[in-house]
Design a protein around this ligand. Structure first.
Ligand SMILES: NC(=O)C1=CN([C@@H]2O[C@H](COP(=O)(O)OP(=O)(O)OC[C@H]3O[C@@H](n4cnc5c(N)ncnc54)[C@H](OP(=O)(O)O)[C@@H]3O)[C@@H](O)[C@H]2O)C=CC1
Ligand SMILES: Nc1c(N[C@@H]2O[C@H](COP(=O)(O)O)[C@@H](O)[C@H]2O)[nH]c(=O)[nH]c1=O
Length: 601
């Protein structure tokens, strides 16, 4: 579907009224339109700061502008990572008293996940009177809810393309879509957003005939690649690239986030020693054909490399699997023989080609894309929204293979669904799956943004940013070694639940001697106490849990076979079980594990 920047208004009466109110008020003239557009662009560019960190959630930015100083920003903020302070909360805190009577600019409507309305209530409590929204939330169960909530509190909400229509907003709207393009593609195509990146010579080769490939592009271009890696959840290559290049695939200069590495290999005829098998800092996942080279699978498992088998190893099935695992964005750094089936399968959305001013020749030298089965030039795939940028001596050409999806007509909102088929009940399933925090029951996840107050050994109440922070840190409780305490504190202050999980797992893997020796026998109780605290502290979560009575709760993690239900239902689903146990306890059925370690409100 081609992106329509300003489609005809779906509910003309309401929108026309609102547009009139806007033209009579603050946004009456071109200069105020231009100001709105420029602050929305600023919100989008702030949101981009967290690329790679929010997966699979959207990137949010918020800018506050006071009527007393129309051209100036009073406060701004962005969501650093899922589970951290919302952009709106950060922005009103930064603006302080200047927020009263001000306008807030948001690149995207806040997603009121699982009753966490902190973003909306921050704007309301701060006295914001007008909110300009770049785009509605793309997910059907969230779309429109934030806008409705703000309007019901009496705030004027102007949405670009609906209430504010002018060519001036085209660029601003585009920047909002760009900053969350991975999310839009993911939601529309149900695979992670995938970027194919390669470096080639001017005569179109990605290696010499011998297979030697380092280095085609310049150092500056490679720094850009590190940055691209830092914005991705994983980097993927094929088996041949592992054999030829022995790559590391780390984001050396990208800072911050380091993506996982994925190797696609049918044969598993791979070297026993390779940089990618060193998983001390970054995990590697090898995806392969079911039954391939079992002894090599055991060798990889012994090194800590995860192996996932597929009945038929192909790019689409692999991408659907990583979608289920919650991946938002993947960088393909493979050679042409894997790039071609990935393009044919329609899983590649964007291309970055670094072209170096070099000629290597060679009839059989590898090229970036293998056989696509096209015979006439008219069949060639045209890139959309193409950019050209000189990077040192190289030229970087990038563009989309598929248009940015316009989700509005693709996925109807819950309200729209009711209008089409009133018999559709929102959550009528007898099995309730939850996993990522933005899912309808996402609040059941350990990663949801709900701080808990737990008592420590001395009976003092300590605040933990999330259940996951508490759970991971508990791995290092009670040891005599000061390092254990240091690790505990590092996990406690991790910036997001994901970072707490990564840190906790890594430190436990690297320093098993510092983790508590009885961890395996106490971890279920640790989790239960934390869950009990969370669901006692937040009345809306308590009600949500009770509302599921009669349903089976399953954490839909395809890879965690202990806490989750697994890919084919083979997981133990301990998280779902603990929540059901807690639900029974709340419903008055007796429970064995009910130590009062939590400060409930
Ligand atoms: N300049 C650049 O940007 C880059 C250059 N290169 C160079 O390219 C060359 C390697 O290219 P190439 O062999 O294409 O790259 P890859 O190794 O990236 O891809 C091919 C391999 O992918 C695995 N594979 C898994 N599933 C499939 C599938 N459905 N279809 C095809 N392959 C699948 C196979 O591994 P297995 O055989 O183990 O089963 C296959 O050999 C090397 O010389 C390398 O240096 C590579 C990446 C980037
Ligand atoms: N040759 C080539 C690239 N090759 C890609 O980079 C990988 C090596 O990454 P690393 O081990 O982390 O340095 C290699 O396997 C291949 O996927 N990339 C580029 O930006 N420019 C280049 O000239």
């Amino acid at each position: 579907m081609v992106l329509a920047l300003f489609p005809p208004s779906p509910t003309p009466t309401i929108f026309r009224l609102r547009a009139r109110a806007a033209t009579n008020g603050l946004t009456a003239d071109t200069s105020s339109y231009a100001q709105d557009a420029s602050f929305i662009k600023r919100a989008a560019s702030l949101a981009d700061n967290s690329a790679g960190l929010t997966s699979p959630h959207p990137n949010f930015g918020c800018v506050i502008v006071s009527p007393g100083a129309p051209g100036k920003i009073a406060g701004e903020g962005f969501l650093y990572a899922q589970g951290t302070t919302p952009a709106e909360v950060a922005a009103v805190e930064a603006a302080g008293e200047l927020s009263r009577g001000s306008t807030a600019y948001l690149n995207m409507e806040p997603g009121d996940c699982h009753g966490d309305d902190s973003a909306i209530s921050a704007l309301v409590k701060a006295g914001i009177t007008r909110v300009v929204v770049g785009m509605r939330h793309p997910l059907c169960h969230l779309r429109g809810a934030g806008i409705r909530a703000l309007r019901s509190e009496g705030l004027q909400v102007d949405v670009l393309g609906e209430d504010l229509r002018s060519k001036i907003f085209e660029d601003a709207l585009k920047s909002c879509r760009m900053v969350n393009a991975p999310l839009l593609y993911r939601a529309a195509s149900r695979v992670p957003f995938s970027v194919l990146k390669y470096a080639m010579t001017l005569d179109g080769k990605i290696a010499a005939s011998s297979g030697h490939a380092s280095w085609i592009s310049s150092k500056l271009s490679r720094s850009r690649v590190f940055e691209l890696r830092g914005r991705s959840d994983a980097v993927i290559v094929g088996g041949n690239t592992v054999r030829r290049d022995n790559p590391r695939l780390t984001a050396r200069h990208g800072g911050r986030h380091v993506p996982a590495r994925i190797v696609m290999s049918q044969t598993l005829n791979l070297p026993e020693v390779a940089n990618l098998w060193d998983v001390t800092e970054v995990p590697t996942i090898v995806v392969t054909q079911r039954g391939a080279n079992r002894s090599f699978q055991r060798l990889l498992a012994a090194k800590g490399v995860e192996v996932v088998e597929f009945d038929m190893l192909n790019p689409r099935d692999v991408m659907e699997y990583f979608y289920d695992r919650g991946y938002l964005s993947i960088l393909w750094e493979c050679g042409g023989s894997l790039a071609a089936p990935a393009i044919s399968a329609g899983v590649i959305h964007k291309v970055y080609a670094f072209v170096a001013p070099k000629i290597i020749g060679g009839k059989h030298a590898p090229t970036p894309v293998g056989e696509l089965g096209m015979v006439e030039m008219t069949q060639a795939l045209d890139l959309i929204d193409v950019s050209y940028e000189q990077v040192g001596p190289d030229m970087l050409i990038s563009g989309f293979l598929q248009p940015i999806p316009d989700l509005a007509p693709v996925i109807p909102s819950v309200d729209e669904t009711y209008a089409i088929d009133p018999s559709v009940a929102e959550f009528e399933s007898k099995i309730i799956f939850f996993y990522k925090t933005w899912d309808p029951y996402g609040a059941f996840s350990n990663f949801s943004h709900h701080p808990i107050h737990m008592s420590d050994d001395s009976g003092n109440y300590v605040t933990w940013q999330s259940v996951e922070h508490y759970y991971q840190a508990n791995k290092f409780v009670g040891g005599d070694d000061p390092m254990a305490e240091e690790y505990l504190n590092a996990i406690k202050s991790a910036a997001s639940p994901e970072e707490a999980a990564r840190l906790g797992r890594r430190l436990q893997r690297q320093h098993p001697e510092l983790a508590r020796p009885d961890w395996d026998s106490v971890k279920v109780d640790v989790m239960y106490n934390a869950l009990k605290c969370k669901f006692s502290m937040y009345p809306h979560l308590h009600s949500m849990l009770l509302s599921t009575a009669g349903s089976v709760l399953v954490e839909a993690s395809p890879h965690d076979l202990f806490w989750g239900g697994g890919r084919d239902g083979e997981g133990l689903n301990y998280l779902g079980r603990l929540l059901m146990k807690l639900r029974s306890e709340f419903l008055g059925e007796p429970s064995e594990s009910s130590e009062e370690t939590c400060l409930a409100f």
